[in-house]
Design a protein around this ligand. Structure first.
Ligand SMILES: [Fe+2]
Length: 258
């Protein structure tokens, strides 16, 4: 899809991890490139050709975060387009550690010696008639942010929120509690009809994730609020009963531990 309201968006899925790079522009022709993760010359040329054929005028490169798969093409893109790179400075260590991940995942390490302009929570990035609000959503990385076009109800969520999932937090700098707080306090309050464009995978909406994302559902203990249910033990033979693995074991003859 390339158009929603005033904002036009083209998504590219670059590199072996299918990282979602977005070009976003409005009728002024000015555009931003979000997360230039192209890895091959062919991918680079695809992006360059698109911008050229559309006659767009790039004004900024924006990073939702600095993981390697989102910055493979960063330096080349910055040189190619001649525009500043904007990033939350808390992700500077993430950017500088890109080689760690590349070694782990078997990729060539990109040159990430790129000057960046600091962006922080509450900043507004303007191009043409468009305003993108910076929403800090640390957790997947320390400096992770989302970009929100409030007028067009578009959220670029990076690797903070996916369709049916959330960003992993087991890499250096990841913090599960911070990620959950970011999602629940900063993203879920947005209108349900906001379109979410994640850093990987398909688009979704805030309403769909609020209703269906298994990582965002409250954990309901079926026995917690029902005094009549005391002493009832789940049918552990059925494979369906109980909730072992989530809150601890519940089995026949055992007291439930808080
Ligand atoms: Fe990431």
């Amino acid at each position: 899809m390339e158009a929603e309201g005033m904002l036009h968006i083209k998504n590219f899925y670059f590199n072996a991890l299918h990282e979602c790079c977005s070009v976003a522009w409005d009728d002024s022709g000015e555009c931003v490139v979000i997360d230039p993760g192209f890895y091959t010359p062919e991918e680079r040329d695809e992006l360059k050709r698109f911008i050229g054929e559309k006659g767009l005028k790039p004004v900024r490169i924006l990073l939702t975060h600095a993981h390697f798969d989102h910055v493979f093409g960063l330096k080349e893109c910055a040189q190619m387009l001649g525009v500043p790179v904007c990033m939350d400075p808390a992700d500077r260590p993430t950017l500088e550690n890109a080689g760690y991940f590349c070694t782990m995942f078997g990729f060539d390490t990109p040159d990430v010696d790129v000057p960046t302009e600091d962006i922080r929570d509450g900043d507004v990035i303007r191009f043409g008639k468009t305003e993108l609000e910076v929403i800090a959503t640390p957790g997947h990385t320390p400096g992770g942010v989302c970009f929100f076009d409030r007028a067009d109800k578009i959220l670029f969520s990076g690797d903070t929120l996916f369709a049916g999932s959330i960003g992993r937090t087991d890499h250096p700098g990841g913090d599960y509690d911070r990620l959950m707080e970011s999602i629940l306090t900063r993203l879920m309050p947005l209108d349900g009809d906001v379109t979410v464009i994640p850093g990987h995978g398909p688009r979704t909406t805030i309403a769909d994730e609020s209703a269906k994302n298994p990582f965002l559902q409250p954990y309901n203990d079926p026995y917690e609020d029902d005094p009549d249910a005391e002493g009832i033990v789940p049918d552990t033979d059925s494979g369906l009963g109980g909730n072992a693995g989530l809150s601890g074991n519940i089995g026949e003859g055992e007291e439930r531990e808080a």
